[in-house]
Design a protein around this ligand. Structure first.
Ligand code: NAP
Length: 434
């Protein structure tokens, strides 16, 4: 009897786990379930729209998805269309790889004001996530502030300053592209509460800030403090030295050399969002880094702006029927094992960090646990799930269906855009009615 495994969440962690399971077992059926008709989670809705090369990992996941013993059930929401309890009754093992798709908001006074967004919300908006199709942020401002010094902060800043030609090469949906094109934005401030030595962004992404058609990136020479060679890890030290080289180049640039300017502001901790109901600026405190921590100096300054994006990390939400660790926003587990028959992979397992391939070992760990613990098989699996969904009137989207939706996206794209994404689930499902 083949072993039946359900994986909830079709992002990188989901498909790496499917792949690892296929490699481990000869006789297995793997069903990947996703809330949306579209597979690949973060690859579609998180990876920046101007990073189409990164999105090519979809091709590898597609190979896994198209194997005979792998099925896709899109448009099926856990806890709404099917419960975890029901899945556990239908499958020998259930893997939760639902990611961390929610905002982590900074504990700053006034954070709830209009014009302030968490990065999950904002990134989903420009990546055509159906949940954020009506977000409609006001970009009618000359200045925006992005809080955070991670790769997501750089993504957000870059997307905001892209030129018309650069946008045309992305899959940013038309309504978003139109807003960015019309925006009078001149200045984007990327503010980090610690210094360049502690910044989390990676060099490839940092280097990109120096190659923007319409925008110059400017650093402040007196903020290039700290010595990368002090870092204990030699590899880390070499990487940081490259980042400092870039910083020194950015410090040579002048604001206004191009139409738009990205200002790198380190040692700046956000304190308060200014304005009545709507953001008019942000108050920050200058900091020093002591023992690796940002410590306020008591000196404050303000940046007037009409948009703030807090790119300070993501957050997972609890899942009915699974334990949850409130502090880390993860499901408590031992290297991916929650208990016999229930496993986790990706950001819901270990928090929102790492690159796409960081999820691969998570999948391998799950496959090891399943191999050790599950041998009997014999549950209904996909057949049972389909019967249940039919009974509940849920219109699930198979992988074949998804390929039809995707073809419609390719067909609708205007050269040189790679695809024209559907923005609503209704529009995606309408393709399947034709
Ligand atoms: P991240 O790398 O963890 O960066 C979060 C940033 O927010 C840090 O600079 C952090 O500063 C800051 N922060 C946290 N709390 C704050 C607060 N209360 N006030 C001010 N600043 C605060 O997270 P991310 O940028 O969301 O990225 C998530 C993961 O996805 C990362 O592993 C990232 O590398 C990855 N990613 C990769 C790519 C790529 O490879 N191109 C693109 C996007 C994302 P402290 O360091 O001081 O805490």
């Amino acid at each position: 009897m083949s072993i039946k495994v359900a994986i909830v969440g079709s992002g990188p962690a989901g498909y790496y786990t499917a792949d690892a399971l296929l490699k481990k077992f000869d006789d297995i059926e793997v069903d990947v379930i996703d809330r949306l008709p579209t597979p690949y989670g973060l690859i579609r809705f998180g990876v920046a729209p101007d990073h189409q090369n990164t999105k090519k990992i979809m091709n590898a996941f597609e190979k896994t998805a198209m194997k005979d013993n792998v099925a896709y059930y899109g448009n099926v929401e856990l806890s709404k269309d099917v419960s975890l309890e029901e899945l556990r009754a239908l499958y020998d093992a259930v893997v939760l790889s639902t990611g961390a798709g929610n905002d982590r908001m900074a504990p700053i006074e006034g954070i709830e004001k209009k014009g302030v967004y968490g990065s999950a919300t904002f990134v989903n908006w420009y990546n055509a996530h159906p949940d954020q199709r009506n977000l409609d942020p006001d970009l009618d401002t000359e200045s925006a502030v992005v809080i955070g010094n991670g790769n997501v902060a750089l993504d957000v800043a870059r997307v905001l300053v892209r030129s018309d030609e650069e946008i045309a090469e992305t899959d940013i949906p038309d309504h978003v592209a139109e807003k960015i094109r019309k925006s009078p934005l001149k200045n984007v401030y990327i503010v980090g509460r610690r210094g360049p030595l502690e910044a989390k962004f990676t060099n490839a992404e940092f280097r990109e800030l120096g190659h923007l058609e319409n925008c110059v990136t400017v650093a402040e020479a007196d903020q290039i403090v700290g010595d990368p060679s002090d870092l204990e890890d030699e590899r880390e030290a070499r990487i940081k030295e490259k980042s400092f080289e870039l910083l020194r180049q950015y410090a040579e640039n002048k604001p206004g050399e191009k139409d738009k300017t990205i200002h790198l502001k380190f040692f700046s901790s956000p304190v308060e969002i200014l304005g009545d109901d709507t953001v008019e600026g942000i108050k920050l405190e200058k900091t020093e880094v002591k023992d690796g921590k940002a410590v306020g100096t008591g000196e404050f300054f303000e940046i007037p702006c009409g948009l703030v994006v807090a790119a300070i990390g993501y957050r997972s939400l609890p899942i009915d029927g699974a334990p949850f660790e409130e502090k880390s926003h993860t499901i408590p587990n031992e290297d991916g094992r929650v208990e016999k028959g229930l496993y986790v992979a990706g950001w819901i397992k270990r928090g929102p960090s790492g690159v796409i391939s960081t999820n691969r070992p998570d999948g391998v760990a799950v496959a090891e646990h399943v191999a050790k613990e599950i041998s009997d098989g014999g549950k209904d699996g996909g057949k049972g799930l389909e019967a249940l969904l039919k009974e509940k009137g849920v219109r699930f989207v198979s992988f074949e269906d998804w390929k039809k939706i995707e073809k419609a996206e390719f067909d609708a794209a205007a050269d040189p855009a790679p695809r024209k994404k559907f923005v609503t689930v209704e529009d995606m499902l309408a393709v399947l009615e034709q």
